[in-house]
Ligand binder design. Structure first.
Ligand code: ZN
Length: 462
């Protein structure tokens, strides 16, 4: 990829300044640290966790006592034994503790603070204060994702999101708001400041799939940025209308879950694989897809991630556990051992040779529980990948309506055959039949959260 020079008319070597220079300097360090054995990475993480704990113990009311109780002493290093005694911090606690989690003072060099809010898909909103250093670390993973997965940003990029709509010029904004795609001469994001890039095509994800498809056919992008649920709709549209688009080499997805059926459909229709990641607004990038597999590497330079079983002990490879994350550089609102609300399966060492910890898959939200009449909660284990074998099903959402009834709400491209309907009912019956009555209903569309996410499970009784 061709680096952009901050000094005009300079052919070689390129001189970068400001944020691009900071980010590329971090990449140089990451290029080395990603190959460290896990012990070495862990040692470096604990050096940083010591500094963070020192800061939290002095400046954050919630941690004045709790760190001391866990055995942490100022001036002494943090170690794993003390670390495991620090209580897990739940989303509800983060919401309820409020400013007790805010640092009274933050070193000046951490820059400006801002607030990130999130929680749409979990139902528990949290507000997290971050500094410029957190933004820098967030951006560093974004840059790393591009470096890991892409060797050419020269082609046109199409993004179906509204993220930079606010930065458009008035006439562009008008066109965008009217549902017409907008084409900008280069990538108006960070990547465009670092590298020479192709044009950027923008269209809102709220536009009908037909309009999105027409826009893609007109622009013929090399890159496509899109949410997984919207990608599934788009791919189905291309398939059902026998449309072809050979230009796409990279599909970048954000948020939600990407499963093998979606990857397969993308390979069939667009002829390329999906690059996915695991992010959270309050934390940043937690993991990136490995460049040579579909597993995820934890961003160990910016996050300390623990996968814990029901007893609170670390999971072994192959086990599924709760994801506990500690952002290593949030000095405005330190979140030590934050339970984000997801589960993940811990992977074994990756064949690529990187020492960064491996998550084989992100399992989903812990809040996905059904409530039984007995008062017992059961985790939803719904075999949605089987449902995805029915091509006419475009979207689905499970809703527990009452203590007796769970409904599978579907958006379909055509009426289901009786065989397909029986398959859907069979999956429902297998998952829930022993606890609840089941029903299948059909809808024009399914509601999104305010951030545009489609939740695949909703409880109206919890
Ligand atoms: Zn790997």
């Amino acid at each position: 990829m061709k680096l952009k020079s901050a000094v005009e008319n300079l052919a070689w070597p390129v001189v970068q300044t400001g944020r691009p220079a900071e980010l590329m300097a971090l990449q140089r360090q990451f290029e080395v640290s990603q190959w460290w054995p896990q012990e070495q990475l862990c040692q470096a993480q604990f050096t940083q966790l010591s500094a963070l704990a020192e800061h939290a113990a002095k400046n954050v009311p919630y941690y004045y006592n709790s760190l001391r109780k866990a055995g942490f002493r100022s001036g002494k290093p943090m170690n794993e034994e003390i670390w495991r005694r620090i209580p897990i911090l739940t989303r509800a606690q983060v919401r309820d503790l409020g400013d007790k989690l805010h640092a009274k003072t933050i070193p000046h060099s951490f820059g400006k603070t801002g607030v990130a809010t999130t929680g749409g898909s979990t139902g528990i909103p949290v507000r997290v204060i971050k500094t410029s250093v957190d933004s820098l670390m967030w951006e560093s993973s974004y840059v790393r994702e591009l470096l890991w997965h892409c060797n050419d940003l020269s082609g046109t990029i199409v993004n179906f999101n509204d993220m930079i709509a606010g930065k458009l010029l008035p006439h562009q904004r008008t066109a965008h708001d009217h549902g017409d795609g907008v084409i900008l001469p280069n990538l108006q994001t960070l990547a465009g400041a670092i590298w020479n890039t192709g044009a950027l095509g923008l269209m809102s994800y709220r536009q009908p799939v037909q309009k999105q498809a027409e826009f893609l056919l007109k622009v013929k992008p090399k890159h496509l940025g899109i949410r997984p649920t919207d990608l599934r709709l788009l791919l189905s549209y291309f398939r059902d209308h026998q449309l072809r688009l050979d230009s796409i080499s990279y599909v970048w997805t954000l948020s939600e879950i990407v499963d093998e059926s979606l990857r397969g459909l993308c390979r069939t229709i667009f002829g390329c694989d999906i690059v996915h990641n695991y992010t959270a607004a309050e934390i940043g990038y937690i993991a990136l897809q490995c460049p040579s597999s579909h597993e995820f590497h934890v961003m160990g330079e910016t996050q300390y991630v623990e996968i814990l079983n029901d007893k609170g002990d670390p999971c072994l490879p192959g086990e599924i556990g709760r994801v506990i994350v500690t952002p290593l550089h949030n000095y405005a609102m330190p979140l030590l051992r934050y339970e984000i609300g997801d589960e993940a399966e811990l992977g074994t060492a990756c064949a690529c040779g990187r020492g960064l910890p491996v998550l084989k898959r992100i399992v989903g939200r812990l809040e996905n529980y059904i409530l039984l009449k007995s008062g017992e909660r059961r985790r939803v284990e719904f075999y949605h990948y089987k449902l995805a074998t029915v091509e006419a099903i475009l979207e689905f959402q499970l809703v527990q309506k009452t203590l007796d009834l769970i409904v599978l709400q579907l958006v379909v491209s055509r009426p289901l055959t009786s065989e397909e309907l029986n398959l859907a009912k069979g999956i429902m019956s297998y998952a829930f039949g022993q606890y609840l009555a089941i029903d299948v209903t059909f809808h024009e569309s399914l509601p999104r959260t305010s951030s545009g996410k489609l939740r695949n499970f909703i409880s109206e009784v919890l």
